[in-house]
Ligand binder design. Sequence first.
Ligand code: SAH
Length: 344
Amino acid sequence: MKIDILSLSLSELTEKIIEIGEPKFRAKQIFDWLCKGAWDEEMKNIPKALRLKLNEYFFYPLPTIERKLVSKIDGTQKYLFKLYDGELIESVFMRYQHGNTLCISSQVGCRMGCKFCASTLLGRTRDLYPSEMLGQIIAAEKDTGERISNVVMMGIGEPLDNYDNTIKFLKLVSSDDGLNIGLRHISVSTCGLVDKIERLSSENLPVTLSISLHAYDNSVRDEIMPVNKKYPIEILLGACQKYFEKTSRRISFEYTLIAGKNDTVEGACRLAAIIKKYIKSPCHVNLIPLNEVKETKLETSKNVTNFKNKLLSLGINATVRRRLGADINASCGQLRKGAKEVNQ
Ligand code: SAH
């Protein structure tokens, strides 16, 4: 079986290059090309004989652009990427003052079943390899010609449900031989897999942990996020506090406002109360007006400003997420689903 070359660290690649009888210095040359999205003839200083040998032992699973939508409003670019086996995933490229951010996928589909989310409607097909997470960044840098300095794992999939590959990806992407994106510039977003949050806190990887909370009590959270039945809100918030104590990294909460479900001013009071009860560290609530997904029949809230102001008045740091790419449906899961329906 051929080896996935982009899932290897430089030292792992060096070992393999020596194993196939090539000089060590070739490994670094090849590795540099891989990080630029180059393979085969594009690897200018690699002789043809070695390129043939590489193709014999390895494969390079760089995602290819199946479709690209560019927002006329703010230049946000949404990619529908095709993987080596034909599966489709999405990434979103956003320009901010502090640098370019790529929102990447971690799985083909998702099995978490959140009621408002388009990515989970078709379930999970498979996990992404570390190379395929890295490959989204490399392919987007190659296409835009711009460096990506921030990564958010908020695309399709639940990163902590693909734990080992996510950890390997975080090590690869932050390695100074490779893309060298600092872990402090990477957010891992989770619906709340508490056992994995505990494991992550011991990995010594200073990423920002982002928790998709979306509710102020168990009855609301049970209704919209099945994961809450396994890990109720108090257990989740307790794990967040422990994560902070161990890593000193500020926690960020995502809260999608859905009309009539979780968006009343009284809800904001209850959210502030439960956060204060369990979280004794700096935290931030990121409010996201629901992106409507036609299959779910859930509607976006009209109470976003009131909700935010209530949180602020109660001393909770809250902002409303700026909506980038509003004209290209930039929230994840919708493009892939649309493409699958057309193909059926
Ligand atoms: N599985 C991870 C990461 C992917 S989802 C997680 O749950 O955090 C990224 C973020 O988008 C999550 O906060 C998710 O709850 C939110 N989200 C999903 N569908 C949405 C929608 N239709 N409108 C607004 N936010 C949504």
